[in-house]
Design a protein around this ligand. Structure first.
Ligand code: AMP
Ligand code: MG
Length: 360
């Protein structure tokens, strides 16, 4: 096993971090030995492993990482689609046809999610929480049960819950009031909230004067600046099996977000049902097993990656163009890789080169 590969495997999901993360880089990658100290933090939140790292004054960095940890725990509670918190309270109100005043943070997030949904042609559709519930994906553990009845799926699809059903109004007194004209809207921000959290964390670190930093939310990763004067070295997880399929260097302010159908799924009768749902059919998306997006805005990248998995091997280029994401890598169920011309020069395959690589 190569050194970089060992280092990548330190993280369990999606994208790992090479060169210096967790203080191991110096011994693992002698050619990329890191001298600038990295303050780190590891926690479990958003149903996944979270790694934070920041260069700079250690006391200041630790203080900022503490604040991020506290904020992430609150975000996880407030934006959870089904556990008690602000979003689940809103969902209960919308299901009963009531409007509800929400926090500014949630209003901002809902507007952002609505814009992304519109840009994606509703393939990214966070209003489909009822379908997620129906498929029983609202659990942090893998499910093993039969898929829902076709009639139930068809009934929900026919009512077509989407973000354009949701109104977010600013009242004269400044309150943000949310309502829905479709009682089947149930907002699930699982495909978006991690990106918002990534943006928030890097903004917070920058405001504290920490401009060289990394935030990894279970393989969804955002970086700022550099690591010890060099680009951050990022690994994209192989969608089949352990390890890394590709390495990408990143610097400045960039997010590398991967949506994968390997992450969470249910199994029944030898069949896998991944947790990303195609809102058109109500069925799990299975053609694209992994979509990676590099973009300055992590929230947008998160929404786009989810939309590209739904769009599938034929449709992803058009959806990427519609959403204005130019750096995309998609892996289909047969292991074929599709890439945009803008990402191709940045991707280094690790291990065996995929059988089919197409740059478009
Ligand atoms: P991600 O890992 O960002 O692709 O997010 C996957 C999560 O987003 C799922 O676990 C669901 O909670 C939710 N989700 C599933 N399908 C969709 C979809 N088509 N649009 C928006 N969110 C979805
Ligand atoms: Mg997403």
């Amino acid at each position: 096993m190569s050194m970089s590969r060992r280092n990548f495997l330190k993280t369990t999901l999606g994208v790992g971090i090479g060169a210096g993360m967790l203080g191991l880089g110096a011994s693992l990658l002698p050619t990329m030995a890191a001298h600038a100290a990295l303050s780190t933090r590891e926690m479990y939140v958003f149903g996944t492993l979270v790694n934070l790292g920041a260069e700079g004054d250690a006391a200041q960095a630790q203080q900022a990482l503490n604040e991020i940890e506290q904020r992430f725990l609150l975000m996880n509670r407030d934006w959870h689609a089904w556990k008690a918190g602000e979003l689940s309270t809103l969902n209960a109100a919308l299901a009963e046809g009531r409007s509800m005043a929400v926090s500014n943070e949630l209003a901002v997030m809902l507007r952002g999610a609505r814009d992304a949904a519109q840009a994606s042609g509703d393939l990214f559709n966070p209003a489909l929480g009822k379908l997620i519930t129906l498929w029983d994906f609202q659990s942090d553990v893998q499910q093993r049960s039969a898929p829902p009845a076709a009639e139930e799926i068809a009934a929900l699809c026919a009512s077509a819950p989407r973000m354009s059903d949701v109104h977010i109004d600013t009242l004269d007194d400044g309150r943000q009031v949310v309502s829905s004209r479709n009682p089947n809207v149930r907002i699930d921000l699982g495909g978006y909230a991690k990106g918002v959290a990534l943006d928030w964390a890097l903004d917070h670190l920058a405001a504290e004067g920490l401009h060289n930093a990394v935030v990894n939310l279970g393989g969804n990763l955002a970086i700022a600046g550099q690591r010890d004067g060099r680009p951050w070295h990022i690994g994209v997880r192989h969608p089949q099996g352990e390890g890394v399929i590709a390495a990408i260097d990143a610097q400045g302010r960039e997010a590398v977000v991967t949506s994968g159908t390997y992450e969470r799924f249910r199994e029944w009768d030898g069949q896998r049902y991944p947790h990303i749902i195609d809102p058109r059919s109500g069925q799990p998306a299975t053609h694209v097993v992994s979509a990676t997006v590099i973009h300055a805005d992590a929230a947008w990248a998160d929404a786009a990656a989810t939309a590209l998995v739904v769009a599938g091997a034929q449709g992803w280029r058009e959806v990427a163009a519609r959403m204005g994401v130019s750096q995309v890598m998609v892996i289909d169920a047969e292991g074929g890789v599709g890439m945009t011309a803008a990402i191709a020069p940045r991707v280094t395959f690790v291990g065996a080169r995929p059988a089919r690589v197409e740059v478009v």
